[in-house]
Design a protein around this ligand. Structure first.
Ligand code: CA
Length: 243
């Protein structure tokens, strides 16, 4: 249990000593430093602590600590994230500004640390006992909103997830598709392309095809459209219906 004389959590040793972002995930009641390669990925079943260190005009460090609460995280994990945020703040002389970030309602400030966006993922660590099954690739459909700050939301791969006002990204093992709803915003379309580039580098080692689909005629005329089985008929019909 915590007490005033408790020494600093070893996971926080050396935190806040240079400008940049540092992230811990709560696993089994402890903050565990996240691998840099996983920065930007947030599992809905977990809670995280994010320390942003910046320098003031006078040269001293400024701190913002965000604790991110996934929509499916356990009470224990969310509670630990809040407690450990206070502990981290105290270790930085109590000078940090603390922010609570609920999944899908994150502040612009928080999202601005991640270029071009954060990637919300289903799943997470189960009370620290079960490791994430990250190896198996799953098709993921995202809705991509926001002209300046991109807000990505994973949605079920189903026609009911689609609408004509948004831009959608479907990430499959060999190809990433961008679906532009007929009424979607041009800036959002452009931002989504940045997101696709990011996904391509992050999950596909830069090696996969990209297809942009606005209307069915484009889809049918696209010679590189090699995976029709991935896209079920209702997707095609949906995007055709506005023509
Ligand atoms: Ca969890």
């Amino acid at each position: 249990m915590s007490s005033p004389t408790k020494i600093l959590d070893p996971a926080f040793q050396g935190a806040g000593q240079r400008v940049g972002t540092e992230i811990w995930r709560i696993e089994n009641f402890e903050p565990v430093p996240l691998s840099k390669t996983d920065y930007g990925k947030f599992y809905s079943g977990d809670s995280y602590i994010i320390l942003q260190t910046s320098s003031s005009k006078g040269g001293s460090y400024l701190y913002d600590i965000h604790y991110w609460i996934g929509k499916d995280t356990s009470q224990d994990e969310a509670g630990t994230a809040a407690i450990k945020t206070v502990e981290l703040d105290a270790s930085l002389g109590g000078r940090a500004v603390q922010h609570r970030e609920l999944q899908a309602h994150e502040s612009d400030k928080f999202l601005s640390y991640f270029k071009p966006c954060i990637i919300p993922l289903e799943g997470g660590v189960a009370s620290g006992f079960k490791k994430l099954e990250e190896e198996k690739f799953e098709n993921r459909l995202y809705v991509c909103r926001g002209k300046r700050i991109v807000r990505m939301k994973q949605v079920p791969f189903a026609r009911s997830s689609l609408n004509h006002d948004d831009v959608f990204i479907l990430d499959t093992e060999n190809k990433i598709y961008q679906f532009n709803g007929a009424n979607s915003n041009i800036q959002e379309r452009a931002k989504s392309l940045e997101v696709i580039q990011y996904l391509k580098e992050k999950y596909h080692e830069g090696k996969c095809d990209v297809a942009i689909i606005g209307k069915l005629c484009i889809l049918l005329n696209c010679p590189s459209f090699a995976q029709p089985s991935i896209l079920n008929t209702s997707f095609m019909i949906f995007f055709c219906s506005q023509d």
